[in-house]
Design a protein. Sequence first.
Length: 600
Amino acid sequence: MDQTITLDVRDKCQELREILSCLGCEPSGPFYKTTHKHLAQLLFKSSDELEAIFHLSESHGATLRNKMVDHLKRRLREQKTDAATIQSMLERVQFEGSFIGFSGLQQRLAELPKEWTAVQVTLEWDPLSRFPCRNENVNRGLGMYVTRFAFGSLSEKVNDEKPFTTFLPPLDDGEDRLTFMAAIRNCLSKFEQRSDDRRRIHEECSLGIEAIVNEMQMWLGGWLCLFMGRLVSEKLELAVKTAIDSFVSSYKMKDTGDQDMTEKARNILYLLASCPSLSSSEVKTVVSSLFKDQKFASYMSQNVCNVMSNFSTALHRAERHPVILLVDEELDILPFEVISPLQDQSFTRMPSIHLLHALYYCHKESVIKKGINTKNCFYVINPAKNLPNLEKLFETMSTWPVAQNWKGVYNTAPTSEQFLSGLQDNDLFVYCGHGGGNQYLTKSVDTARNKAVVFLFGCSSSSLNHLGGRVEMTSLSYNYLISGSPCVVGMLWQVLDVDINSMTKELLRSWCSGGRSYDSTDGSDRDFKSLDSNRIKSGQKVPYNLDSLENDFKNVNINSTQSGKSSPDLCKAVCLSRKLALRFLNKAALVIRGLPVNAM
C-alpha cells in the first residue's frame, strides 16, 4: 500500500514538473503559484525537502517578478549607463536562466550578505483555491510552512546552515485568523468620521489585533526561534553551538547510534538554545518533534533549557543581524513583527527571494556599502491641509540640525514633477499625509527610476490590495521597490494620527540623528576576549561542561539594543518608534518593505 502511494505521488510530481516546464518565461502568476505550492506539498510527503523548498520559494511573488522583468527590460531599452547592473538584476528575477532548481536557489543564497537571514512563511496549498475568485470570508483552516534561509556561502564558517522547513498545522479551535484580520481591516477602512466612533472602533480593533497576535505566538510556540536573526557576536554563537554539540556527543543513544541527529535537527537545537524568551514547554514540544528516541529528546530539551538559562543575560542583550520576512501574500496582513519575543528583532519584508536578490544587486555597491545620507531629504507634509497635528511635527523637525538642508513642500499639494524629483534626486523621501501620495502623480511610480528610501506615513500606505478575481494582490510600496527604492516604510492599515505622528517623529529623530554603528567588528566581540580561545575554535566540537561555560560568561558585558535611543540601522529605529504607540493597532501597522539599510 505504501509503495502504491509513493508511486502515485511520484507520478503526480512528474506531471506537475512537466506542466511547469511548459509555462515559458512569462507564466500566469496565480497558476504558477498554485502549481509550485502543490508540487512542494507532494515533495514534502515524499521526503524530498530540498526540492520542495525550491518550489515553495517559486510560489512567491510570480506576478511581481513579471512586472519587474518588464520594468527592467524597458530600462535596458531606454538607457545604457547602468546596463550591466540592470542586466544583473534581470538575470536574478527572470523565470529562466541559471538560478533554477535547488542548486540555483543555493547560488542565490550564497550571493546575499552572510549577516542577513530570510524566513519565508507560506500558506498551505488549498485545492479549492485553484478556480474560484478569492474570498476573504471563507474559513479555510490552513496551516503554514516556515522556511529558514541562511545567506552567504556554505564554505564560510559563519554559514553552516542549509535551508530547512517546518509545517505548522492550523490551531484546532476552528477560528480562521486570516478571515478575522481581513474583517478588521475592512472595518477600519469604512469607519465613520465622527471622533467618538473613530475612537470606539479603533479601540475594538486594537484589542482584536492584540488578541490575534497573542494567538500567533501560541501557534508558533517554540518555532519562534526560526524568526530570530543571526547573533552579531560570532563568539557567542559559537559558544552556544559548542555547548549543544558537547551534550549531543556525550549522550550514547541506544540501538540507533547518532543517525537520528540530522543536520536540520542540530541547527534547530542551536536556534532554540540561542532564543532565551522561549518557555521550557515550548522547547520540549519542538525537540520532541525532532527525534524518534524520546528519551534522547527529553535529555536534549533539558540541556537546551540549561544552556538558555546560563547564557540568558548575554543572549537577551546581544545584538542580532536583520531578518527578511518573505511573506506569502495571503499571510501579509499578519503582524509578525510585534509578537512579544520578536519585538526587538530587526525585520524587513519582501514578497520573494527573487526580488530580494535583484534589489540587493541594484544597491550593493551604493546603499549597502555606503549607507543613506539622511541630510539629503525631500518631504511632503500635510499636502491636503487638513491634518493640523502635522504642523507641530513640522515645527519640531525644522529645528533638528540634520534637517537644516531638507527640502520639500508643506501645507501645499506637490506637483507630479516635484514628487518624482524628490524620489529620484534624494536619498530620503518623507511623505506625511493621506494614503501613500500616489494621488499627486500623473503616472505610476514604477515607471520612474527612484533612488530614495521612502517613508509613507499615511493610512494603509503599505497594505496589499485585492484587484478581484484570482489576480495576485498588489501594493503601492511594491511599485516603489520595483522602480529602485531600497526600502519603503509604511502602514498595513488605517491608523490614528496621534500615534502615527509620535512614531513618525521618533523614527525620523532616532534614525536621522544616527548612533554608533552596529557592526560585527565593534565592541560586541571584544567583550568575549576572556574566553579560552584554545577551547573554542571554529568547527571544532569540544566536550564542554555547563559549569565551565557559566564561569566563562559570568561577567560578560554585551552591548544592548535598549541602551541607546538612536540607531543608524533603520530596522532598529523602527523597533524603537513602535514603542511610542499608545494603541497596539497602530504599533502593529508599521512595517518596512525592502532591504535592511543604515544611515551614514
